[in-house]
Ligand binder design. Sequence first.
Ligand code: 0WD
Ligand code: CA
Length: 377
Amino acid sequence: RGAGKIEAAESRNKLPRLAPSLPTDPALYSGPFPFYRRPSELGRFSLDAQRQYHGDARALRYYSPPPTNGPGPNFDLRDGYPDRYQPRDEEVREGLDHLLRWLLEHRGQLEGGPGWLAGAVVTWRGHLTKLLTTPYERQEGWQLAASRFQGTLYLSEVETPAARAQRLARPPLLRELMYMGYKFEQYMCADKPGGSPDPSGEVNTNMAFCSVLRSRLGSHPLLFSGEVDCTDPQAPSTQPPTCYVELKTSKEMHSPGQWKSFYRHKLLKWWAQSFLPGVPSVVAGFRNPEGFVCSLKTFPTMEMFEYVRNDCDGWNPSVCMNFCDAFLSFAESTVVQDDPRLVHLFSWEPGGPVTVSVHQDAPYAFLPMWYVEAMTQ
Ligand code: 0WD
Ligand code: CA
């Protein structure tokens, strides 16, 4: 099950040595749920309105839903578009840089004992989310660049040519839809605990609060960071990550068929994204065709699978986690040479297996010189 398939012909037989690849068919990964360590928060950092890094929680916001006894929400998600919108410059390729800065500043205080980092995988949560959903994904492929440095395996996403073309040709309606997701956050979050949201201000997507987490999938220790929308000051436990809340918007649904499709496709992505860092719930705002959110629903992460448990065309958390485990084993056994300038590029398109190509230096090398040099001291 799931081991990197080495279609290798023995070289002494003078047969061509085929590159190894990893299949992604869900049926291959339907074993029992693998071990996944309860994620714990190692630290936090913030990116400000100018996308500058700060080693603190200044960008953390506080969950502040409308009062339950009141009239209910009536959020105009199109308000402020485009005049009060400061979108992040998507041409800037940040790679793992912000996470690496955190790691550099905290490498001396990491738990897990000496050598823990040397055995770990370091990446963004969003990259792991893509791995978890791969067995079910039918639309978008991905590319992950991998480098081994001082034992640690670093994974950093590369924008595929198709994704870049789509981004550059993004239709105006899709741009507005992206804004609406951020606007929803502004209606639901306050800058101070117990404060009220202020939707009159600007939406600046340079700002981000990121949690840095430790976990382990099977035999793979993980250090990853994810952007967190807000913390709930009234959560039963104020201990991160269990105080965190993920906010999402989705189209209002009216027919059982629409709900079924939502459970099959959207809930999978929501589950994968929040399960990884241990964020216990996702609060959805459902928008009507005019762009107003008039209803909210909380989905506990650990209950999302129930909506598709009895659906033969549903998703299975075990498949997601077993595939990710298999990919990490595949990557660990492929990226053997310790060299920050060497990149193994893992590529996947729907319907095919994960394939590998090897590259040296630009344009694929992603570990910055400032990081490599500081770590070599
Ligand atoms: O350069 C890249 N290819 C990426 C950079 C891809 C993904 C993330 N990032 C960076 C960004 O600096 C971002 O601040 O990682 C940070 C967030 O990482 P993540 O938590 O691992 O990303 P993900 O789980 O995919 O997305 C979480 C949120 C999104 O919220 P929704 O509700 O839409 O899932 O992070 C935001 C977005 O608000 N986000 C991004 N922000 C800036 N740049 C990006 C991005 N490329 N992707 C998602
Ligand atoms: Ca969100």
